[in-house]
Design a binder for this molecule. Structure first.
Ligand code: NAD
Ligand code: UGA
Length: 467
């Protein structure tokens, strides 16, 4: 039995991790109160919106679960102070992006939001508090958090005996678009820490729905490193299969067949062998860069180079696709309309962070193309933020936001599929071919179009990893 019975939980950060994670916790632990706090008022308002289609993130299954617990044992609010003060356990789920300036810029994680959270906890917490790192962090960050808690606490509190802390690492392995399933049925839960009592307390929450055998207990540093390494391994598989797509296109081998053949070896396994225009998302690149920074810090140059090569292939894959579109369209796409189907970094999410679509679209815009972009879940405002930050050259192309596939495709010379949304797999190619400019092309980077249907409809057809 654990010494600390957790009754009130606070989660700092109401983003893609904090929101869904606490929604699942609140459903599985109805006797515990969960408060999710964020500095961002509009995000909190969106989580509290009565209209469930206006939640800040799109995630299948999220609305139904939210309905069951919101304003019962789950609350979204900006009142950070009192939520921290009453909590027995605090999850830190804030963003940890790559540093943009200063030492380690472009590689190290920017820990300013982590530090701010630690300082808030130091200031407002009362009694004993278990701090849980949910964010993905460089190895040994828990030490920094502990130091901040101790030193800030010395400055801020006169009654030292009334505040104590235990720090745990409990990285999150959910993937966007499948978050609810990943949270409800995780392959494993990882808890790293020094205090067995604190680990027991967190484990007591998880055992409400997860078998104890799935809970891995480690020291703090193994837990922090395992998260970075797991993401690096996943990304490495994608770069590996993407590197093979290029060989397939040269040789006549077919990547789908090769992927099946490789993945049928149970030692390799069939997951994460889908070729793509490159991996995107907020984490793979950031976490590999973080790993590289760590290797360089410890003078492990060869290891750093190894992981850098995973990123190099990813960047090369994106560039190679935009170049291929240009080459196939007679080396000139200036003022040609190209329909972009899919802008999110993967299907079933509205998230565009590091989406391969961004880099590919920017390259096409540099060549003067006019892009008509359709994505079922990404807003025009988001695309504007993602594309307009690029440097402007004089004869750059333009882009427009479209509300349907047809609106995007009408009068275009080519269709470039970049996200594997279900609706792209149901397209009637014959119907679309009639509203396009001849000769019309499909460039399919996600295996959405059926080759035979596309050819029967008169398209020139290119699909990743085949001739
Ligand atoms: P996010 O940007 O969607 O959300 C982070 C939130 O924290 C923001 O809303 C921000 O306003 C808030 N915040 C920052 N500082 C704060 C403070 N001091 N007080 C209150 N709120 C504060 O980020 P995310 O995608 O949820 O990722 C969070 C962490 O989880 C990152 O470390 C990431 O690497 C990790 N992670 C993300 C995923 C994923 O699928 N997105 C999966 C596993 C792990
Ligand atoms: C990934 C990991 O899968 C999660 O375990 C981890 O918790 C998370 O990162 C994180 O730390 O943020 P996520 O980025 O949400 O999750 O989505 P993935 O399904 O991993 O896809 C990432 C990118 O890889 C996408 O662009 C996707 O299209 C691409 N991908 C994925 C492929 O190109 N091929 C595949 O076979 C799988």
């Amino acid at each position: 039995m654990s010494r600390y019975k957790v009754k009130k939980v606070c989660c700092i950060g109401a983003g893609y991790v904090g929101g869904p994670t606490m929604i699942v916790f609140a459903n599985k632990c109805p006797d515990i109160q969960f408060k999710v706090v964020d500095l961002n008022l509009s995000r909190i308002n969106a989580w509290n919106n009565k209209d469930l289609t206006k939640l800040p993130i799109y995630e299948p299954g999220l609305e139904n679960l939210l309905k069951k617990c919101r304003d019962k044992n789950l609350f979204f609010l900006t009142d950070i102070k009192s939520s921290i003060a009453e909590a027995d356990m605090i999850f830190i789920s804030v963003n940890t992006p790559t540093k943009k300036k200063g030492i380690g810029a472009g590689k190290a994680s920017d820990l300013k939001w982590i530090e701010a959270s630690a300082r808030q906890i130091a200031e407002y917490s009362t009694g004993h508090t278990i701090i849980v790192e949910k964010s993905t962090l460089p190895v040994r960050t828990a030490e920094t958090i502990k130091k901040i808690l101790e030193s800030s606490y010395k400055q801020l509190s006169k009654d030292k005996s009334s505040k104590t802390f235990s720090v745990l690492s409990n990285p999150e392995f959910l993937s966007e678009g499948n978050a609810i399933n990943d949270l409800e049925n995780p392959d494993r839960v990882l808890i790293g820490g020094e205090s067995q009592n604190a680990i027991d307390s967190l484990e007591n929450l998880y055992v409400n729905w997860i078998k104890k055998e799935k809970i891995i207990r480690t020291n703090l540093w193994s837990s922090e490193l395992s998260k970075l390494a797991a993401n690096a391994f996943l990304a490495q598989r994608i770069s590996s299969i993407n590197s093979i797509t290029a060989i397939c296109e040269e040789t006549g081998a077919d990547i789908k067949q090769v992927s099946l053949a490789i993945g049928s070896d149970t030692r390799i396994g069939d997951k994460f062998l889908n070729p793509s225009p490159g991996f995107g998302g907020s984490c793979f690149q950031k976490d590999i860069l973080n790993l590289i920074y760590l290797c360089e810090f410890y003078n492990l140059k060869e290891v750093a180079n190894y992981w850098q090569s995973v990123l190099n292939i990813n960047n090369w894959q994106k560039f190679r696709i935009s170049k291929l579109v240009l080459d196939k369209l007679f080396g000139n796409i200036s003022e040609k309309k190209i329909s972009i189907l899919g802008f999110a970094f993967k299907a079933n999410t509205n998230d565009t962070r590091n989406s391969p679509s961004i880099d590919i679209c920017k390259e096409l815009l540099e060549e003067g193309a006019n892009l008509s972009i359709y994505d079922p879940k990404v807003s025009s405002e988001q695309i504007n933020l993602d594309l307009n930050s690029s440097s402007k050259s004089e004869d750059k192309g333009s882009w427009e936001f479209c509300n349907s596939i047809e609106e995007s495709v009408i009068n275009s010379h080519a269709i470039l599929i970049l996200t594997e949304w279900d609706e792209f797999q149901k397209i009637n190619w014959l119907k679309l071919s009639k509203i396009m400019q001849k000769p019309y092309w499909i460039f399919d980077t996600r295996f959405c179009a059926n080759r035979k249907d596309a050819l029967d409809a008169g398209f020139n057809y290119w699909s990743l990893g085949s001739q």
